[in-house]
Design a binder for this molecule. Structure first.
Ligand SMILES: [Zn+2]
Length: 215
C-alpha cells in the first residue's frame, strides 16, 4: 500500500470520527471519500463515520469496481460525479447535517444560489451552492444531475436530502462542509430579518485578495 493510501485511510478515520463526534453526522448518515492515483477510498455502507477502520474502508478501482474492504455506500455515485467533473477534487464529503438539510427543504431557497454571501468565509471556502432536484436515495440519477453541472460548483445541496461538498483534500472538504453547515444555521437564525449581504465590491475584493472559489 502506498504512503498516500495509508495516510488517506488514517485521515478518513480521524476526520470521520471528528464529524460524528461534533454532530455533523448522526447514525449511519453521511459518507466521505478520497481520490487515489489508482481509484477511490469510500466509507462503507451502514457504517457510522465514527466507526471507520482503516483496513475495512471500501476501495474502488478507477472503473468503479469494488476491489477491497467492506461494500461501499450506495451513494457512491454522488462522489464519482464530482471526481469525474472536477479534476481538482481530491475528496468529497456528503452529510445530512441539520441546518444545510433544512435549507434544502425550504420552498424559498434560491436553487441557483442556496447560500447568499453572508460572510467572507463561506464565499472563500464554499462558493456558490446549487440546489439539485430531489430523487430518492440510491437513485443513480443524482449522479447524472451532478454531472450536468459540468463541475462548476464545489458544493451542492441535494433537495430534501443534504449537502455534497468537494475539496482539494479531505481536510479542505470537511472544513468547507462545516462552513456550509454553520452558514446554513446563520441563514435560519436570520430568517424574517433584514440582512446586509456582502456587496459586489466586497466580493470582488475577496476574489482579488484570496482567490475566492467562485462569486
Ligand atoms: Zn445521503
Amino acid at each position: 500500500m502506498s504512503p498516500e493510501e495509508k495516510n488517506a485511510r488514517h485521515e478518513m478515520t480521524k476526520l470521520g470520527a471528528s464529524l460524528f463526534d461534533r454532530g455533523f453526522s448522526v447514525g449511519t448518515a453521511g459518507n466521505i471519500s478520497v481520490r487515489l492515483a489508482d481509484g477511490l477510498l469510500m466509507s462503507p455502507t451502514n457504517t457510522r463515520l465514527c466507526d471507520l477502520v482503516p483496513g475495512r474502508i471500501s476501495k474502488l478501482d478507477v472503473a468503479g469496481n469494488h476491489v477491497s474492504g467492506d461494500p461501499p455506500t450506495k451513494e457512491v455515485f454522488l462522489h464519482w460525479a464530482f471526481y469525474d467533473t472536477r479534476p481538482e477534487a481530491g475528496a468529497v464529503v456528503h452529510l445530512h447535517s441539520t441546518a444545510a438539510t433544512a435549507l434544502s427543504c425550504l420552498a424559498d431557497t434560491d436553487p441557483e444560489n442556496c447560500i447568499p454571501p453572508l460572510t467572507p468565509y463561506v464565499v472563500m471556502r464554499v462558493g456558490t451552492v446549487k440546489l439539485v432536484p430531489y430523487v430518492r436515495p440510491g437513485d443513480p440519477r443524482s449522479g447524472a444531475l451532478i454531472r450536468e453541472l459540468d463541475g462548476r460548483f464545489a458544493a451542492i445541496l441535494l433537495a430534501n436530502h443534504g449537502p455534497v461538498v468537494s475539496g482539494k483534500d479531505l481536510f479542505s472538504a470537511v472544513c468547507a462542509a462545516e462552513e456550509l453547515e454553520e452558514t446554513a444555521k446563520l441563514l435560519l437564525a436570520l430568517r424574517g430579518r433584514d440582512v446586509r449581504l456582502l456587496s459586489v465590491p466586497d466580493l470582488a475584493d475577496l476574489k482579488k485578495t484570496y482567490g475566492a472559489i467562485r462569486i
